[in-house]
Design a protein around this ligand. Sequence first.
Ligand SMILES: C[S@@+](CC[C@H](N)C(=O)[O-])C[C@H]1O[C@@H](n2cnc3c(N)ncnc32)[C@H](O)[C@@H]1O
Ligand code: SF4
Length: 396
Amino acid sequence: MQLEPNTVSDPGPIPHLYVHVPFCPTICPFCSFHVLRRRDDLVEAYLVRLDTELAVIAERWPDCGPLGTVYLGGGTPSHLTDAELGRLLASIRRRFVVEDDAEIGIEVHPLNVEPDRPARWRDLGFTRVSVGVQSTQDPVLRALGRPHDAATALRALESVRSAGGWTVNADLIVAVDGQDVAADLHRLAATGVDHLAAYTLTVEEGTPFGRRGVSVDEEAERRAIELAAEILPGYGLTRYEVSNHARPGHRCTHNLAYWRGRSWFGAGPSATASLPGAAGGRRLVRNPPLEDWLAGAAPEEEPLDALEVLRVRLLTGLRLAEGVDEAVLDATHAALAAGPSAGPDDPGAGAVAELEAVRARIEDLCDQGRLERRAGRLVVPADEMVVLERLLAELW
Ligand SMILES: C[S@@+](CC[C@H](N)C(=O)[O-])C[C@H]1O[C@@H](n2cnc3c(N)ncnc32)[C@H](O)[C@@H]1O
Ligand code: SF4
């Protein structure tokens, strides 16, 4: 198993590309992603602008590739036609070398899965398809404001699965009021999917759910995470991230790159990229939303220093069953000590003190058995995964 490097950031080649496709068939009231209803004039402009953006990235990073993972997320990439998807992939292949065995993933909406499409997607080169099922219960789908019923979602999943020769993921939303989570997990796992993502419903301000004051019961959330751990192994699906479960060989390499603190490129409106920065730091780059992005507006950049990079590494890495290599703490110390502002009276010293405080909290959590050391890695034990957010809030 290839784990993350011990350095705080990885300035080497960047083999991961995320492409954001913002168009959706309808807008779901729980969703806080950058999305909009399709308009054909916008799609054409989107594809042209994306081609330019990919050319600029490839020019700025001549040694970046080859790409080992490409992920079309959204929004709803399947809301593009197959010809448009073909153009998008051709743009990527024109600008980057893509490994022969690259993972090329696409998120699809049940309403877009006409029976003849999965085979065409496979011919276009996709190796991984993620279907937004959300639930197998009609009342839950209605409560979520989804524009399809359970039968349509399951038919879409089956048609993607029977095309064969790739990894199939189903997305499920759990802890929805009135949902029988166990029934959803059993029904979806029994379809034979290779990967199952069970996300607890999050309600963000600014979404229709947020405005309506929809709330998620903490106990239901905890129970849903527990049920996934109890039920899914019986179908050969093992948890490798708090919400993600896979058969052997079907984990999502692209998402693993995020969780392991690697760098990636991002293209498309509101896409984010994480790029190496100076002195063990990082640059988070966020594109503007569609209108400004089409007009060529510059992305926002947020520099993260080595301590902030460590914070992200711990808070995302501890979501993984494999945990985080403890050597990142020493690597952070070294980066802070070597930093331009190191010295007894400057902010560098404050950062070192904060790092020591984090180490002390890690010791406390280990003493309480809520964090474990396994072969040099910090790992959250299975029974603590159900209250992970609480643990992470205590840690940092
Ligand atoms: C980009 S969408 C997937 C593809 C497609 N747009 C669809 O909805 O069918 C990514 C996934 O994020 C999850 N998701 C989105 N908003 C969520 C929320 N507020 N809470 C929990 N999961 C959410 C859903 O499971 C969804 O399938
Ligand atoms: S959940 Fe999927 S279809 Fe619904 S608005 Fe979000 S991205 Fe679009």
